[in-house]
Design a protein around this ligand. Structure first.
Ligand code: IDP
Ligand code: MG
Length: 138
């Protein structure tokens, strides 16, 4: 069993894509063990994406991520990190495989609807950033 952090980013929430995203997660057999809507401050978005602080898109990305509510979730299942990233598709929606969330719904390399952890260490950091142990079910 593995856990990963999934986010429906502010573009996905404002475009009413929460149901579409959760439908795909559930259909794939991934189990939601925590979920909440959060409106991150700029500082909280900067902390979440600290690994990207030297990238040219950092300012724009953190402004976007703090621009409105996001749905943060913890998904659980065998190989959950890779399975969720497979459902999301590549970062750049133009390179994302057909049928993935980003290929179907992203409008921009930045506004790509969803986030997923990329490794066990980052998943542990990202889950702990938003949830304490009492908020994780099962
Ligand atoms: P990931 O979300 O697929 O793991 P990362 O490389 O970790 O991709 O980048 C984090 C987020 O930063 C992306 O999901 C996207 O929103 C944004 N991003 C990544 N690369 C670019 C870029 O070249 N221009 C603008 N935004 C980018
Ligand atoms: Mg990433």
């Amino acid at each position: 069993m593995q856990r990963t952090l999934a986010i429906v980013k502010p573009d996905g929430v404002s475009r009413s894509l929460i149901g579409e995203v959760i439908k795909r997660q559930e259909a794939s057999g991934l189990k939601i063990v925590a979920a909440k809507l959060v409106r991150m401050t700029l500082a909280q978005a900067e902390g979440f994406y600290a690994v990207h602080r030297d990238k040219p898109f950092f300012g724009s990305l953190t402004a976007f991520m703090s621009s409105g509510p996001a749905l943060v979730m913890v998904l659980e299942g065998d190989d959950a990190i890779a399975r969720w990233r497979e459902l999301m598709g590549a970062t750049n929606y133009k390179e994302a495989a057909p049928g993935t969330i980003r290929a179907d719904f992203a409008t921009d390399i930045e506004r790509n609807v969803v986030h997923g952890s990329d490794a066990p260490e980052t998943a542990a950091f990202e889950i702990g950033y938003f949830f304490n142990c009492f908020e994780l079910v099962g």
